[in-house]
Design a binder for this molecule. Structure first.
Ligand code: 5AD
Ligand code: SF4
Ligand code: FES
Length: 344
């Protein structure tokens, strides 16, 4: 029947029209076993059974932006903020390396952490651990992107969140959709492996927009694409709205694998937060990456992008073990290499 034909076409050609993507996204998940199965098959062909781990350090919860959905937004004055010093970030990275991680993701709110200091941190981590370094610091000026690339950063993660200029600019006061996309293009030009992604089921998001998201991801030639469900936070303008669904997140994950076969796709923490088996489900629907937290336990509660985030009472070693057993329980194994872009 029609959906099966479209899934087969996506599997074969990695290409669907906007209308075709929409019709898959609109279909009931119970009828979509075939979609998830073909995405899993494509993942096996491209990535094998290895899962890449990216250790994430949430090093500053300061943020000057006011994204309507996020608990770290500037106007949330109930949140106690923290910022790790350079030495702490380096030490945490070295600990991650000792736990066997081969990539560290330095993530923060849009803090004004001095660009030169970030560059020093990058150089020191490279020198002492040799790990791949991903930056996830939001939008900075173009000189900073260049400085960090020259310092040795390998990848940059900057989600476009929603492929509707209208809704993007409504949910990100003072920010521009064009600048977001320009930043991603510039980062790619600098030689970064680039990651983007979306929040699934933001209020107002339609299958039409999600189809646009996938087409945009193809156009940007992403190296990584992530999607997590929207989880409403009490101290934001979107409090009281509806939580995103596991189903839509899995549909998007599977379509990401079929339409962008050569990308890394994480099973996100947000999906693990709304469903105990969420990350396992994503790993069986096209995902090949997990991003465990290595931030010191004492800070975790203060990095509440959304409520009830998992791993808040754990330490780095706990999460490493937990993820290890999740991966083996699926018959998969942790990759022994850095997991650079699948495109080259
Ligand atoms: N629910 C789910 N994901 C969120 N993010 C921010 N707020 C939320 C929320 N309420 C995601 C965004 C952003 C990253 C920091 O976390 O995709 O890029
Ligand atoms: Fe800041 Fe990022 Fe949260 Fe927006 S999503 S408020 S930029 S931390
Ligand atoms: Fe942190 Fe499972 S990954 S406890």
């Amino acid at each position: 029947f029609k959906i099966k034909k479209l899934v087969d076409q996506a599997y074969r050609e990695a290409k669907l029209s906007k209308e075709e993507i929409k019709s898959i996204l609109a279909e009931d998940i119970n009828k979509l076993d075939y979609l998830l199965q073909k995405a899993d098959q494509k993942r096996t062909e491209i990535c094998g059974d290895e899962v890449h781990l990216r250790a994430i350090i949430e090093f500053s919860s300061y943020c000057k932006q006011n994204c309507h959905y996020c608990g770290l937004r500037k106007d949330n004055q109930q949140l106690e903020r923290y910022r790790l010093r350079k030495e702490e970030i380096i030490k945490t990275s070295q600990m991650a390396s000792e736990l066997g991680y081969q990539t560290v993701v330095l993530q923060s709110g849009e803090d004004d952490y001095p660009a030169a200091e970030i560059a020093e941190i990058i150089k020191e981590i490279k020198k002492t651990t040799g790990m791949a370094i991903t930056l996830s610091l939001g939008e900075r000026d173009f000189d900073a992107y260049k400085l960090w690339r020259e310092a040795g950063a390998d990848r940059y993660l900057l989600k476009h969140e929603i492929a509707s200029k209208n809704l993007y600019e409504k949910y990100h006061p003072g920010m521009s959709f064009e600048n977001r996309i320009e930043s991603l293009r510039y980062l790619k030009m600098l030689g970064y492996q680039i990651g983007s992604g979306v929040i699934i089921d933001l209020p107002g998001q339609t299958p039409d927009i999600l189809a646009e998201d996938l087409l945009l991801c193809q156009k940007l030639e992403l190296d990584m694409i992530g999607s997590g469900p929207f989880i409403p936070h009490q101290q934001t303008p979107l409090k009281g709205t509806k939580t995103g669904t596991v189903e839509m997140t899995l549909k998007f994950t599977a379509l990401s694998r079929l339409l962008l076969p050569l990308t890394h796709i994480p099973a996100t923490t947000a999906l693990g937060t709304i469903d105990d088996e969420g990350r396992q489900k994503a790993l069986k629907a096209g995902a090949n990456v997990v991003m465990p937290n290595v931030t010191d336990g004492k800070y975790r509660e203060q990095y509440q992008i959304y409520p009830d985030k998992i791993c808040v009472n754990e330490e780095a070693g706990d999460c490493r073990q937990c993820i290890g057993s999740i991966i083996s329980s699926l018959g998969r194994h942790v990759s022994q290499n850095k997991g650079h872009s699948l495109r080259k």
